[in-house]
Ligand binder design. Structure first.
Ligand SMILES: [Zn+2]
Length: 465
């Protein structure tokens, strides 16, 4: 009995368990100053970077990782994903209604059951932070259960999307409903208050404009969007806004939006727009590929890439090639119709988006990488590498690309003092690479260790799927 008591006292004194890791003699990829710091040591204690310099004395009981010839950089950030969506053809019944082939309830069940699998895939790929820009309350309720799990990335999550348009297919889903349609200013404020008990990391607003007169639609919806942003800010929550038209994007920023998902794709932006975004410290996540991937899938042209095969969950990926076998694929609606005219419009929008992205980059707007993963054709994890390549092709140099994928991701959620660079005091979300990430983007995949939540893991040990 006495022995038991002594033992439990000893155990109590030893709690909490301290973890210490040191990476010795490594090249630090300093994304803040755009520099490679050679021959450095990085000390990590209880998941926090506590020292970055040369010749750090190794404290007793520290796990030593030899970084000779290797590169340590911040873990990657995807600033635009949706866990309620699987990436399969059945995941957006509002866009293509295939519920008679697979009930939506099964899709909801699948996304929940496979969440750990998907999270492991992110961490495996070195993506240590994922921003879920709009989900269901049932997913938001699960976020904290992954907080201490070293196989899971850090998750920053908004609750259900407040939107100015919602399809009737989502009616009656209760806490599985990803959308709250706002029709009045009171509703805009109420929907946010209803999310507060579940502690969302930020609020997401969809500034959707229906009809051909976009200017009038934008003006009509403005009071709703402005009220939502105001209510979020009153509760110390940042706001991400989906706005693809110049008029909506500009009005959203004027109303106080902190983060824009999707670039403007209807008009070329000008200097005043760039200045507005810079003055308001707005972060933009362009998500260049999500729209064209829908079209590729719907035209039966999707082919799995090497990244898809390596990183994506095989089940939703497989469905992208199955669409042609279903009898009623004519149900693709609205702007996703497959007429030649519409295809041409998609191509034009894609080109406008790319030109606008380069203008924002050159103008000094903060750009963060984000995929919109979960949408049809945009698979979780593998889409990240597709988007990375697309952004690179829009004219980013390697340092700009590294910033877009790391520190700017942290800026998108207002947490750049907490993560996003290999800096003393920040969370040690780190990846150790065998090859120089400045040489090419495939070197970003040469991961030897993922250090996440205080634990050093090999990709193979995370890959429990
Ligand atoms: Zn999205």
């Amino acid at each position: 009995m006495r022995l038991l008591l002594i033992l439990s006292i000893v155990l109590l004194i030893k709690l909490p368990v301290h973890t210490q890791i040191i990476i010795k003699n490594v090249t630090v990829v300093d994304v803040l100053n755009k520099k490679l710091l050679q021959g450095h040591d990085v000390l990590v204690q209880d998941g926090i970077i506590t020292a970055v310099s040369t010749n750090i004395k190794t404290p007793k009981g520290t796990t030593i990782i030899d970084g000779t010839g290797k590169y340590v950089m911040p873990g990657l950030v995807d600033t635009h994903a949706h866990f309620f969506q699987s990436g399969s053809i059945y995941t957006r019944p509002d866009i293509i209604d295939l519920r008679k082939h697979k009930p939506y309830a099964e899709e909801i069940k699948w996304t929940h059951e496979q969440m750990e699998n998907i999270l492991r895939r992110y961490t495996y790929a070195g993506i240590t932070s994922v921003v879920d820009v709009g989900t269901t309350l049932n997913f938001l309720k699960r976020r904290d259960s992954f907080r201490t799990k070293s196989f899971a990335p850090e998750i920053y999550m908004a609750g259900p999307l407040l939107t100015t348009f919602k399809s009737p297919v989502y009616a009656g889903l209760n806490d599985d409903d990803p959308f709250n349609e706002i029709k009045t200013i009171e509703e805009a404020r109420d929907f946010i208050r209803q999310q507060l008990p579940f502690r969302p990391d930020f609020i997401k607003v969809g500034y959707i404009l229906l009809g051909s007169d976009k200017d009038s639609a934008a003006k009509a919806n403005y009071p709703l969007v402005a009220a939502a942003i105001d209510e979020a800010h009153k509760n110390n929550l940042r706001v991400s806004v989906h706005a693809t038209q110049l008029v909506a994007s500009q009005l959203a920023v004027e109303a106080g939006a902190n983060h824009l998902v999707h670039g403007v794709d209807d008009k070329l932006i000008d200097e005043s727009y760039i200045q507005l975004l810079k003055n308001r410290n707005v972060v933009v996540t362009p998500s260049l590929l999500v729209h064209s991937k829908y079209h590729i899938v719907f035209r039966h042209l999707y082919h799995a890439t090497e990244d898809d095969i390596h990183y994506a969950h095989p089940a939703p990926l497989k469905t992208l090639m199955e669409l042609k076998d279903l009898s009623d694929t004519t149900m693709v609606k609205n702007y996703f119709n497959l007429s030649e005219r519409n295809s041409a419009r998609v191509k034009t929008a894609d080109s406008i988006r790319i030109v606008n992205l380069k203008r924002m980059l050159d103008g000094g707007v903060t750009i963060a990488l984000g995929t919109d993963a979960g949408n049809i054709g945009s698979q979780h994890v593998s889409s990240y590498f597709h988007e990375l390549a697309a952004i690179k092709n829009s004219g980013f140099d390697m340092w700009q690309l590294l910033q877009t994928a790391t520190i700017n991701g942290a800026r998108a959620v207002g947490k750049d003092s907490e993560f996003g660079s290999v800096t003393k005091g920040k969370k040690a979300n780190l990846i150790l690479l065998q090859k120089n990430p400045l040489e090419n983007i495939s070197n970003w995949k040469s991961i030897e260790w993922v250090i996440n939540k205080g634990v050093a893991q090999t990709p193979a040990s995370i890959r429990n799927f």
